[in-house]
Design a protein around this ligand. Structure first.
Ligand code: NAP
Length: 333
C-alpha cells in the first residue's frame, strides 16, 4: 500500500509517500481501506514536536526521542472495512465507517488496522467520506470537553479559537444543547462562526474577551486563556475547558478547581465508539455539519501539511486517499 511516511521530526517536507507492506488485522482488529483522512493540528504537533511549554519531554517519550516511533500520521479516517479478524463480530467487509485513531495515528495510508473495540462506528449515511471524516477530530474533542461541564439550555458558552477544527465543532455542539454561544475569532471568520450558530462574536484583534463577556463555560482552543486570566469572566460554578494547556496549567487544574469552586479541566480525551456514534446521529439529523476548508489529493500531502502549519485553517483540511485499485489520484466522493 501507499502511505505518507515521516522518518524524522521537522517541516512538511519530512513527509513522503512510499510503498509499504499492507497491515493485516489481528484477531480483534478491523482492516480499513481509507478513503479520506484529515491533516490536523495533532499531525502538526507530532511532526514538529512543537508543543505547549513544559510538555516537550513527555511528548518526546510518547512520540519518539530521536525519530518518530510511529511513521504514519493521521488521527482520523473514513473508509470501508476490507477485512476483519477472526474474533470480530461487530463489523463486516463492505461496512462504511468513520474512526478516531487518536495517538495510534496511521490514517495517512491506503489501509489501517483498528481494534474493533476502538472508536469506530458507521459513517453518517447522508455524507461522503470527505464530509464524514471532517466531523471526527474536532467533533470528538469538542464533545468530550463539553461533556465535562453543564451545558444546557441558556448556558453561556464562550469558544476561544472558534474557527478551527475543535472550535467549529464546539459552536455547533453547544448550540444543539441550547447554549448561548460567543465565538472568539478574527474578523475574517465572523460569517463562518455565525452560520454555525454563534450568537455573538468577539474579534480577538480588537477586544479582550475576558473584559467583554461573562460566561458559564469557556473552552480554550488557543492556549492563551489560563485560569488566572479568565477567572473573572467565569460565573460561579462555571467551567474552564482547556483543550490546549501547558504543563503548568495541567498540573494546576485540580488545585484551581478545588480553591475556586469552578471546574478547570485539561484532562486527556478518551476516544470511544459511543462518543463517535453520538456525533454521527447528530450529523444524520442535520445538527452537526462538517466544515471543510481545503481538500488535497494524497499526492499533495506536503502542501496540506504546509497549509495546516500556517495555523490559520478553518475547520478541517481533508486528504483524499485513492483506492489501491484506482488508476487516478482522486479519492472517492
Ligand atoms: N486536548 C486534546 O485532546 C486536543 C485535541 C484536539 C486538538 N487539541 C489542540 O487544540 C488546539 C486547536 O485545535 P484545532 O484542531 O481546532 O486547531 P486548528 O484547526 O489548527 O485552529 C486554527 C484556527 O485557530 C484560530 N486562531 C489562531 N490564533 C487565534 C487566536 N489568538 N484567537 C482565536 N483564534 C485563533 C485561527 O483563526 P484565525 O486565522 O482567524 O486566527 C484558525 O482558524 C490545537 O493546539 C491542538 O493541538 C487538543
Amino acid at each position: 500500500m501507499r502511505a505518507a511516511i515521516y522518518r524524522r521530526f521537522g517541516p512538511p517536507e519530512v513527509v513522503g509517500i512510499e510503498e509499504v507492506p499492507t497491515p493485516s488485522p489481528g484477531r480483534d482488529e478491523v482492516l480499513i481501506r481509507v478513503c479520506a483522512s484529515t491533516v490536523s493540528a495533532a499531525d502538526y504537533r507530532a511532526r514538529t514536536r512543537i508543543v505547549p511549554s513544559g510538555l516537550a519531554v513527555p511528548v518526546a517519550l510518547a512520540l519518539g526521542v530521536f525519530r518518530p516511533r510511529r511513521s504514519i500520521l493521521g488521527m482520523d479516517v473514513a473508509g470501508v472495512v476490507e477485512a476483519v479478524g477472526a474474533d470480530v463480530t461487530t463489523f463486516a467487509p463492505g461496512d462504511e465507517i468513520v474512526a478516531m485513531l487518536g495517538a495510534r495515528f496511521g490514517g495517512h495510508a491506503q489501509y489501517v488496522c483498528i481494534p474493533a473495540s476502538g472508536a469506530i462506528t458507521a459513517k453518517p449515511d447522508n455524507m461522503t467520506f470527505a464530509e464524514a471524516v471532517a466531523l471526527v477530530f474536532g467533533g470528538v474533542t469538542a464533545q468530550a470537553f463539553l461533556d465535562r461541564a453543564s451545558v444546557g439550555p441558556g448556558a453561556r458558552v464562550l469558544v476561544n479559537g472558534a474557527s478551527g477544527a475543535v472550535g467549529t465543532a464546539a459552536i455547533q455542539l453547544a448550540t444543539v444543547r441550547g447554549a448561548h454561544v460567543t465565538a472568539v475569532c478574527s474578523s475574517a471568520n465572523h460569517d463562518l462562526v455565525t452560520t454555525l450558530g454563534a450568537d455573538e462574536v468577539i474579534d480577538y484583534a480588537v477586544a479582550d474577551f475576558t473584559q467583554e463577556a461573562r460566561c458559564d463555560v469557556i473552552m480554550d482552543c488557543v492556549g492563551n486563556a489560563p485560569f488566572r486570566r479568565v477567572e473573572g469572566a467565569l460565573n460561579d460554578g462555571g467551567a474552564l475547558l482547556l483543550v490546549v494547556a501547558d504543563l503548568k496549567a495541567i498540573l494546576g487544574a485540580s488545585r484551581a478547581s478545588r480553591t475556586s469552586g469552578k471546574v478547570v479541566t485539561a484532562q486527556e480525551v478518551v476516544y470511544t465508539a459511543e462518543a463517535l456514534s453520538r456525533l454521527v446521529l447528530l450529523a444524520e439529523a442535520g445538527k452537526f455539519r462538517p466544515v471543510i476548508d481545503r481538500r488535497y489529493d494524497f499526492a499533495d500531502i506536503v502542501d496540506a501539511h504546509r497549509y495546516v502549519d500556517t495555523g490559520r485553517k478553518k475547520g478541517s483540511v481533508v486528504l483524499d486517499i485513492p483506492s489501491p485499485t484506482s488508476s487516478s489520484q482522486e479519492g472517492p466522493q
